[in-house]
Ligand binder design. Sequence first.
Ligand code: ZN
Length: 278
Amino acid sequence: MNDLSKLCIHTMTMKPWSLPEAIDHFQNRGIGGISVWQNAVEPMGVKAAAKALEDSDLEIVSYVRGGFFPAAEEAGRQKSIEHNKVMISEAAELGAPLLVLVCGAEPTASKVENEEQIIAGIEAILPWAIEHNVVLGIEPLHPMYADTRSAINTLRQATRIAQHFGEAPVKVVFDVYHLWWDPNLYVDIDEAFAAGKFAAYHICDWLVPTNNMLTDRGIMGDGCIDLQKIDQAIRKHEYDGFVEVEIFSEKHWAADQEEYLERIISNYQDIYHSSKHV
Ligand code: ZN
């Protein structure tokens, strides 16, 4: 019951820790994976971060995050493509197999135009991703972010865009926080797997009430998401990849980080180890 080899934690979850601190703590607890945000790499630089990760026992699961393709002007869209290429290069240097894409949204453009700009952006960076052996993972975001953060808001929409690229390494990133409300969720999970497009699995919980749209996510078990039912729907497809804890929380960032990590581990074990045996 203590196996944490498939548990991955995002550096942003433990925001007060530097990358070396996060690596040390995760490793000491027997956690298997780490997803690395660019802000955790910046203070030490990509080379040193790559070395620290390579010297650790942790597997780097993903690099976070690229995307933000739509813009009101062509120059803005071009700038985004250049930025995404840098993110792909950094992901490759760090040894991350996946770059998470938060696709972006331009509030002055229509939903259709936003989607077209997102597809055009992915198309523009895809050869660079293939050359660097990095999978692009489209993460649909909760519709409360549809104004500026992402015009991709359901798993179905993300899977359809990934399928637009056929066999190319464009996949979807599943996050319970963004998708739990969707009445089509279980059908959409089946479709994402049937299409061979399910790339990553993020967890946390939706607090009731939620006091901040960005930084009030809960530890698994503290909110209203039916995490076990969702997990069973994913395990049905023999998913055996990492389960990634991604929590943004001013409250938890202000608390003792070691205690916070212990609660994450203990709730993960309670919810996910029992769910596997149902
Ligand atoms: Zn996520």
